[in-house]
Design a protein around this ligand. Structure first.
Ligand code: BGC
Length: 415
């Protein structure tokens, strides 16, 4: 548009100017449009930057909060009679779940998980003090080994040599003997893993300890994952062929109140068979179906439903359908009052389901609570009892050059 000066501009021109102030055309449109676009872009950018900054601040706040929630604390738990210092590790994951673990016996001292309303409670039986664990005879929360569960008469023959183990349960060997892995002081080390706080315990068991052949180097790693799992991973190496069967022996009570029994807990086992036992709880050697018997937990069933039909209560090895080849779901426990659920995954072929039958009111545990019959339940993931004497059972012999591994995951949520 040719400009002849503003003075004396016609009405039409005035209109055009006004119009052109609102709408631009041609070259003007390009210039004004670019300017406006740039301005808009700048505003947009500023808004974006502000939003991004706010998000970053929010995120880093959350991360800081998560990081501050996620922690490992180490403190002194006490001393053994021979003067060894024992530590207590407190692992907290980003959701506030807490696991307390000691290097005495590789014991899980406490595990706090939320109910369906978010209330936290300790769902394991145990003791408040190291002395309690030193005196303990029922394996509360322990790492059992070298051989968790029973070996008949404490004897087995391996490569033509007969070995005699400590006998500590009637005529049999139980949970590694008189001074099993549950009564020794392990070396402890904190680990900060991506999946959550962790602690590793290592122990060197000497050739001949409790009668077992070979030097055995063992490690157990407890990880409290940010997916609300307590993961227990075991490894072992031996200098001579030896049976190895490491397991975890926590007594769980998902109500969080050990004055209640566990008979109302709903149990599902992914096991359609079990190993029947003799009077001393040694497997007879055969494997039977649970179908149509009080042993059947293939469908969710309250533990108390058929317990009276099982003499003494449940204390049996279930043969997992997964056969122990990969990490697979073995069991689920649901507690209806609190909504707490514990799922159990394992690489092992069996689970000893023990319904706390021998808790007889003589033990005072955490907070001075008396542990009565069925105050807790154990689900011990392991090879079948007495495997060293039962060649038809999955092999439990570790040989030099081989590495023993076992992984068990306890996953918690609510329903
Ligand atoms: C066994 C029970 C035993 C208990 C000891 C369980 O693993 O199966 O028979 O009494 O450990 O606390």
């Amino acid at each position: 548009m040719k400009n002849f000066g503003r003075t004396g501009s016609t009405n039409l021109e005035k209109l055009d100017i006004q119009y052109s102030m609102l709408n631009t055309c041609g070259d003007d449109r390009v210039i004004k449009g670019e300017f406006a676009e740039k301005g808009l872009k700048m505003v947009n950018r500023c808004v974006l930057i502000c939003v991004a900054m706010c998000l970053c601040a929010l995120l880093s706040n959350c991360q800081i909060e998560e990081r501050t929630k996620m922690s490992i604390k180490k403190e002194i738990f006490g001393k053994t009679a021979d003067g060894k210092e024992v530590d207590l590790y407190t692992l907290t994951n980003k959701n506030g779940l807490v696991a307390r673990i000691t290097n005495f016996g590789g014991i899980l001292v406490g595990l706090e998980v939320p109910d369906r309303d978010g209330n936290m409670a300790d769902i394991t039986l145990g003791h408040d003090t190291l002395e309690g664990y030193i005196k303990d005879k029922v394996y509360l929360g322990v790492t059992a080994g070298r051989y968790g569960n029973r070996i008949a008469k404490g004897r087995f023959t391996l490569d033509g040599v007969e070995y005699k183990l400590a006998v500590n349960d009637g005529p049999n060997h139980l949970h590694g003997g008189i001074k099993g892995f549950n009564k020794v002081v392990w070396n402890g080390r904190q680990l900060q893993k991506d999946e959550g706080p962790a602690v590793e315990f290592t122990y060197h068991s000497k050739d001949g300890e409790e009668g077992y052949p070979g030097d055995l180097s063992v490690s157990v790693v407890y990880t409290l994952t940010n997916d609300n799992e307590l993961k227990i991973s075991y490894e072992a190496l031996t200098s001579k062929p030896c049976p190895v069967n490491l397991t975890h022996h926590s007594y769980f009570n998902l109500t969080g109140d050990a004055t209640c029994d566990i008979l109302g807990h709903i149990l599902t086992m992914h096991a359609s068979r079990f190993t029947p036992v003799d009077k001393t709880a040694i497997p007879l050697g055969n494997i039977e179906s649970v179908k149509g018997t009080p042993m059947d937990f293939t469908e969710p069933t309250a533990i108390g439903t058929n317990i009276a039909k099982i003499k003494g209560g449940y204390d049996h090895n279930y043969v997992l359908d997964s056969a122990g080849e990969t990490l697979a779901l073995a069991a689920k426990v649901y507690e209806p009052k609190t909504g707490r659920v514990m799922e159990l995954y394992t690489t092992e072929p069996g689970v000893q389901f023990y319904s706390g039958n021998f808790l007889d009111g003589t033990i005072k545990g955490k907070g001075g609570i008396t542990y009565n019959k069925h105050a807790g339940l154990c689900l011990e993931t392991e090879h079948f009892p007495d495997s060293p004497n039962k060649p038809q059972f999955p092999n439990s012999i570790l040989r030099p050059g081989q590495k023993y591994t076992q992984v068990t995951v306890h996953k918690f949520y609510t329903e």
